[in-house]
Write a protein that binds this ligand. Structure first.
Ligand SMILES: [Fe+2]
Length: 245
């Protein structure tokens, strides 16, 4: 995975293992040993790895953060949280807002993949309006996770003000390999400048604990949203202006 990212020119990675309960000594040690194990290869390919977690959101999470449990992206006040895929727990929204109240920046993992959000996009769009950063998966944009996930991913990157893209790769497989197709799709949807922000400047700002960058305007022309516009575009590449995009 490190070699794959290095070839793409990636210089900084956030590694976010799942965390389903409070961070105990055993889990902390496991993560530390894992980071030590990859450190030599990461250094060899010129990538720095920022540790974090993908934290299952429960009512205890805001208080755990407030008490200093180190479950955010290291050295930042941002924390990646996820909900169960199959159902949207009651009070999810208020749990997320409580994270903001204790002065942490919530990043919501794969908003496009929650069944509830696929059925009712307003759930996710409202969180986006209230400052939650959305972490959309490249593989969803590439269509690997199905049509609903793709449609919702496209909507989130168009409509949510603060978005980052991530591989969410758990190994050297499909999700990792979907990176290029996913980025190409994002570029079609929001234009190259904004897509570069989603892929690079926005996540970099989180890891640097800096304010979220001002976002470039969407560049996609509205008429090409239609099915026929899309079909006509065919395989024409970005910047091939005769067909528009
Ligand atoms: Fe997840």
């Amino acid at each position: 995975m490190l070699r794959f990212f290095a070839e793409l020119g990636v210089r900084r990675l956030a590694a976010t293992p799942h965390l389903h309960g409070a961070l105990d000594d055993r889990e902390r040690e496991l993560v530390e040993r894992g980071l030590e194990a990859v450190a030599p290869l990461a250094a060899e390919v010129g990538i720095s790895v920022t540790p974090g977690f993908e934290v299952l959101l429960t009512p205890a999470v805001p208080e755990r953060l407030a008490k200093g449990e180190p479950i955010g992206y290291a050295g930042t006040n941002a924390v990646l949280v996820e909900l169960p895929f199959e159902f949207w727990p009651e009070r999810s929204e208020s749990m997320i807002f409580e994270i903001q109240t204790v002065e942490f920046q919530p990043v919501l993992a794969h908003p496009e993949r929650y069944v509830a959000a696929q059925q009712d996009p307003s759930k996710v769009l409202e969180l986006g309006e209230r400052g939650v950063i959305m972490q959309v998966t490249y593989a969803s944009l590439a269509g690997v996770k199905g049509r609903s996930a793709r449609a919702r991913a496209e909507q989130v990157i168009r409509e949510c003000p603060r978005v980052i893209l991530a591989t969410d790769a758990h190994g050297n497989g499909t999700r990792l390999r979907a990176f290029e197709a996913g980025l190409a799709r994002a570029t079609e949807i929001v234009g190259p400048v904004r897509a570069a922000q989603l892929a690079a400047a926005n996540p970099a700002s989180i890891l640097a604990n800096q304010p979220f960058p001002i976002q470039a305007p969407l560049e996609r022309k509205p008429e090409s949203r239609s099915f026929f516009g899309r079909a006509k575009r065919g395989v024409s590449r970005w910047g091939d202006s005769k067909d528009g995009w």
